[in-house]
Design a protein around this ligand. Structure first.
Ligand SMILES: Cc1cc2nc3c(=O)[nH]c(=O)nc-3n(C[C@H](O)[C@H](O)[C@H](O)COP(=O)(O)OP(=O)(O)OC[C@H]3O[C@@H](n4cnc5c(N)ncnc54)[C@H](O)[C@@H]3O)c2cc1C
Length: 559
């Protein structure tokens, strides 16, 4: 038997394939400039003056460096250390350096503070646009940013605490050191409401608060109990609910006492979450932790609801951002990938899917920025009333649409879409979170019912706003008429609440898009989401729509 001769040129055989028809990463683009819907929305909502700073911010968000930070904070999860080497409790969570970079970037830009510090028209809209951009890099670190931002109106209810804490909370800067708040110039704030036996129903809270002196607003208490979810446990203080003699009250609980000793807010462990992994979420025990009462005794829910409303608003922005990132990746991929002899972007069925995904973003942004505009004008009663319904409607609808949207965007990338090297995998894992925290879907829907029954003027304001789009599209007009008929009969309202909120959301999105004046977008949104085609998969847009315009608006490399 003769053996085969050895190959005279082994390297020729080592070359197994050439890499082609793979999509380059979407890097070094301007995430604001390329986002037509965002740019137009910001101008419409009264913040045209902010275009230069948003353009600058968009370039930073789209940069290779910030994109890398987003990947690293999810790859290197926060780590918890309960004790130091000698056995002292330290309750320390260590984050990857990229987490600190993202936090520093956002806190320096005033994402937590700008509209409170300079409440000029357009300030909330500008901040909303920055949140929307920031969340496209990574969703998880948005948690402490939003809680810090949202804590301000609640702390404002108690002048003694506001005087001491707000200057440092509102300072533009980031100080992650594990030292007492008295030694820092910039602080972050978390929130502890949810306990094991109840999250939605916080009245079930069993944590107790005993007055150390006279008790009452601004006074010191000692808290004993537990919290089942407390995210971002390295925050400098937390707004928490606890039962005092007068009922459920709100407290500001610092991580360190003013005398520099450790406040016994003890982290039991970090949650092992499916998504939102760059954000540490902890279980804590309060073993006689010092806290000061915020707001009136027994009015804890009322006091903290100011904070909750703001975090719910940010959930709308965060989920809209995830949708935007998904569409950007999907269109980018479709432009570079070929199958069956044509790039995906030229395949009619893929065009249908991409346009439909972009329409979702248009609707989400329309309602989110409308609420941002309302926040800029809360001295106007109409705007205040719009917020009362718009925040739970928007939070419910946008957050609930996002997991399915993320899944479809992921599928546009085929198999690559589920691989962690591609952001679509992360978007999908993160997508359900916003719908659950800060009031899950049913809780939002029930809150809308509460607003409808307790504040009927809010519905009047909502319908007035809807009617601004009247007379342009017969389908929209018919949907609004149907909605009004449904609202006129509130029999079994609780059972029907989700359906009602769906219709409140869809008709408002459509009306806002009509008012925005882009017929391609408004027409396609109405044709696909109202009337007979309301319950549907993405990629089922009817014929005869201006798909080219819609896709171009979502293309991240066209500005
Ligand atoms: C990643 C993450 C981070 C979090 N971080 C924080 C944090 O920092 N601080 C904090 O306080 N909490 C935090 N939470 C907790 C979160 O806010 C709660 O999980 C949420 O409010 C739901 O409460 P629950 O888990 O107790 O569920 P439950 O209240 O038991 O609700 C379970 C289900 O029942 C539904 N439901 C409740 N009431 C009704 C009703 N009347 N009719 C119909 N359906 C109803 C809800 O919609 C939900 O679907 C976090 C949660 C997550 C996932």
């Amino acid at each position: 038997m003769t053996l085969p001769q050895s190959n005279p040129n082994p390297q020729a055989f080592a070359i197994t394939h050439e890499v082609f028809n793979q999509t380059p990463p979407l890097l070094d683009f301007n995430a604001f400039d390329c986002d037509t819907a965002l740019k137009e929305g910001v101008v419409r909502a009264g913040a045209a003056w902010a275009i230069p700073q948003l353009t600058e911010y968009g370039a930073r968000i789209g940069s290779a460096e910030v994109t890398r930070w987003g990947f690293e904070v999810n790859e290197f999860k926060p780590q918890f250390f309960s004790h130091d080497r000698n056995g002292h409790r330290i309750d320390l969570v260590k984050y990857h350096d990229s987490y600190h970079q993202l936090m520093s970037m956002a806190l320096t830009a005033g994402i937590h503070s700008a509209p409170w510090v300079t409440p000029e028209p357009g300030a909330h809209v500008t901040r909303a646009a920055k949140v929307y951009l920031q969340a496209q890099a990574d969703a998880g670190h948005g948690c402490p940013l939003t809680m810090t931002f949202a804590a301000v109106p609640t702390l404002d209810t108690t002048p003694a605490l506001a005087r001491e804490w707000l200057p440092k909370i509102l300072a533009n800067g980031y100080d992650p050191r594990n030292v007492p708040y008295t030694e820092k110039m910039a602080l972050t704030i978390g929130m502890g409401m949810t306990e094991k036996q109840g999250g939605s129903d916080v009245r079930a809270n069993t944590t107790t608060a005993h007055a150390l002196g006279t008790g009452g607003t601004g006074e010191a208490y000692e808290l004993v109990g537990h919290k089942w979810f407390t995210s971002a446990p390295m925050c400098d203080a937390f707004l928490m609910l606890g039962q005092s003699r007068g009922g459920l009250s709100c407290f500001l609980v610092p991580r360190w006492r003013p005398d520099g000793s450790k406040n016994p807010v003890e982290v039991q462990r970090l949650k092992n979450k499916m998504g939102n992994v760059s954000n540490a979420s902890s279980e804590i025990e309060l073993r006689g932790a010092l806290g000061w009462m915020v707001g009136d005794e027994g009015r804890g829910v009322w006091t903290i609801i100011e904070m909750v409303a703001m975090t719910r608003f940010d959930c709308m922005l965060g989920s809209s951002a995830s949708q935007r990132q998904g569409v950007a990746q999907a269109i980018h991929h479709a432009e570079h990938r070929s199958a069956f002899g044509k790039t995906l972007i030229h395949q009619p069925l893929m065009r249908n899917v991409l346009a439909d995904l972009q329409l979702e973003v248009e609707g989400s942004l329309a309602i989110a920025l409308r609420m941002a505009r309302a926040l800029d004008h809360t001295q106007d009663v109409h705007e205040q009333l719009l917020l009362r319904i718009g925040v739970p409607v928007g939070k419910y609808w946008i957050c609930k649409r996002s997991p399915f949207h993320a899944y479809e965007a992921m599928e546009c990338l085929g198999g690559n879409g589920v691989i962690e090297d591609f952001i679509t995998a992360r978007l999908y894992r993160d997508a359900p979170i916003n719908a659950i925290w800060e009031g899950s879907g049913n809780v939002q829907a029930l809150d809308v019912l509460r607003a409808l029954s307790r504040t009927p003027e809010a519905l009047e304001a909502w319908l007035l706003e809807l009617d601004k789009g009247h007379g342009n599209h017969a389908t929209l007009d018919a949907s609004v008429a149907r909605l009004k008929a449904q609202l006129a009969d509130m029999t079994d309202a609780e059972y029907r609440a989700r359906h009602l909120v769906d219709q409140l959301a869809l008709t408002m999105q459509a009306s806002l898009l009509v008012q925005a004046g882009n017929n391609a977008v408004a027409g396609a949104f109405i044709a696909s989401r109202l009337g007979t085609q309301s319950d549907r998969n993405y990629g089922t847009l009817p014929r005869g729509l201006d798909i080219d315009t819609i896709i171009a608006r979502g293309n991240p490399t066209v500005s």
